[in-house]
Design a protein around this ligand. Structure first.
Ligand SMILES: [Zn+2]
Length: 82
C-alpha cells in the first residue's frame, strides 16, 4: 500500500506543478513574512516551499535564515569550499 501523502506533500506538489508552468504556487504566500518567523513556523515554511528556490522566494529565504540562526540548518559549503 502506498503511503498516504501528507497535506504538506500535496501543497508541495501543487507548488511544484505551478512552478513547472512558470507560475507562483496558488496555495502559498511567497512574500517575506511581516513578522519574524518562529523556528517552528520556519520549519513548516521550508516544507511547504520545498519547490521554491530561496533566491526566488522571500518567505523561504526568511525561514532559512531563522533555521540557520537557531542552528537547525547548516548551510552547505559552496562547491570548492572544502
Ligand atoms: Zn515560496
Amino acid at each position: 500500500m502506498p503511503k498516504q501523502p501528507t497535506v504538506w506533500d500535496i501543497i508541495a506538489r501543487l507548488a511544484q506543478e505551478a512552478e513547472q508552468q512558470g507560475q507562483p504556487s496558488p496555495v502559498l504566500d511567497h512574500v517575506a513574512p511581516a513578522v519574524p518567523l518562529t523556528a517552528r513556523q520556519a520549519h513548516t515554511v521550508m516544507q511547504t516551499h520545498r519547490a521554491c528556490e530561496r533566491w526566488q522566494c522571500a518567505r523561504k529565504a526568511a525561514a532559512w535564515d531563522v533555521l540557520v540562526a537557531v542552528g537547525k540548518v547548516v548551510p552547505r559549503p559552496r562547491n570548492g569550499a572544502m
